[in-house]
Design a protein around this ligand. Structure first.
Ligand code: SF4
Length: 413
């Protein structure tokens, strides 16, 4: 399917009619609110031509029936407190050794000051993730949380990947449940469901042998949900994985959600390849293609239908045009303003600094949808029915003090 404007005008019913019988059968099953299985997912993943158009159009229709025509976004700031990391993921262009000339570790005072600045600029959330330095104190995470929440009790802190939580547990030797409860008591609002990559141990072994296993990831997420800490869910695609991995990954997330209802959204994260060891050593394809972007977002909408309501685009990975295309292929959320995002940029992405809320709104209107600002947990704060004076397009970049470093490879946005 070519990404010309003409495809946008095709009604979903016409696209469905032009699809192959095998594809049409699965799409009709999803339109009838039935769960799709592994074989269905595999057929959808292989969609090309008319079948791809039908997949995208039906995913968009199911999005409309599920969440309506609003495209949501959150006003937030990313805080990557350090890029020093010992884990050594082959897909990461963000991490540095402790003696690297561009290694950094921001002080707690700086992070609190950046949180205050974010709130002054309208943020309702800070998203905190970083590298894993060898000598990190296991209580660092909770202490940072307390420092921010003491100054800003209303601010939602969305923080610490399952990998960081596992590291905190290892360092403190506390039981996982107690460790998470301690974070919750200190004000943790939700957890990024990052460090998921592909939830398959063989793929994980090749991407990042030092990373937590599928079993550990699932245990951390399940325990967080059981304690009332919601999380996002993510999947990194466009590297060494195959469509079979996408489908199994989505089915596993669905199984967890069936039990806990703790996932707020699913975020496909396209692999940003150029500055990574994985790509440079010939171990991965050159990142995500436009076809893969459309298939993965549409597939997620259909496979997770009835379980996870929100499918988010990562503008940092997709760029604006790619994001808008995926927002017409089943996705409904534009993610966050970020204000600072140093993880994807260091892996070679061209985006990842700041999108103003007005820019988001202008982009959303470009595809005829209605912008709405949300909280981290998808409560609508404000619906922008008509154009307002803050809307600007094309984009205007606002430099952020101290953001000269590149963003985190597996940031949840
Ligand atoms: S992805 Fe995260 S854990 Fe892996 S090397 Fe990069 S910073 Fe470290």
């Amino acid at each position: 399917m070519q990404m010309e404007n003409s495809w946008r005008e095709v009604p979903w019913q016409a696209a469905l009619k032009a699809a192959s019988p095998a594809m049409a059968l699965i799409l009709e099953k999803s339109l009838a609110d039935s769960d799709l299985g592994f074989d269905d997912g595999m057929t959808l993943s292989a969609a090309e031509g008319d079948d791809l158009l039908a997949l995208v159009k039906v995913a968009d229709e199911i999005r409309r029936r599920t969440v309506g025509d609003h495209i949501t976004y959150v006003v937030n700031r990313n805080l990557n407190f350090t890029n020093v990391c010992i884990v050594g993921c082959a897909f990461c262009g963000f991490s540095r050794g402790p003696n690297s000339p561009d290694a950094y570790f921001h002080s707690t005072d700086t992070l609190v000051a950046r949180s205050i600045e974010a709130v002054e600029r309208g943020a309702t959330e800070v998203c905190i993730q970083g590298g894993l330095p060898r000598d990190l104190d296991g209580h660092y995470y909770v202490n940072l949380l307390r420092a921010i929440k003491t100054r800003l009790p209303e601010l939602h802190v969305h923080a610490y990947s399952p990998m960081e939580i596992a590291y905190g547990v290892e360092k403190t030797r506390m039981p996982l449940r107690d460790y998470l409860q301690m974070l919750k008591d200190a004000g943790l609002g939700s957890v990024p469901g990052t460090a998921a990559e592909i939830l398959d141990d063989e793929v994980r072994e090749s991407l990042s042998p030092n990373k937590l296993t599928v079993k550990q990831w699932v245990e951390i997420i399940r325990t967080a949900h059981q304690l009332g800490i919601p999380s996002t869910s993510t999947m990194m695609y466009g590297h060494t994985e195959t469509p079979e991995h996408w489908v199994r990954h989505l089915l596993l997330l669905r199984e967890i959600q069936q039990e806990t209802r703790g996932f707020t959204e699913f975020v496909p994260l396209g692999f940003i390849h150029s500055q990574t060891r994985l790509f440079q050593k010939g171990g991965a394809r050159a990142g995500h293609s436009m076809r893969e972007d459309l298939v993965v977002h549409a597939l997620a909408r259909l496979m997770l239908h009835g379980y996870i309501r929100n499918i988010q685009v990562s503008w940092v990975k997709l760029g604006f045009e790619g994001s808008l295309a995926c927002l017409e292929a089943g996705a409904n959320d534009f993610s966050g303003t970020l204000m600072e995002e140093s993880i994807s940029k260091s892996a070679g992405a061209n985006f990842g600094e700041y999108v103003s809320p007005g820019e988001f709104r202008a982009l959303i209107r470009k595809i005829g949808r209605i912008p709405a600002e949300r909280t981290t947990t998808y409560k609508i704060r404000k619906i922008f029915e008509s154009v307002d004076s803050d809307e600007r397009f094309p984009t205007e970049r606002i430099p952020v003090a101290g953001s000269g470093h590149a963003p985190h490879a597996e940031t949840g946005y």
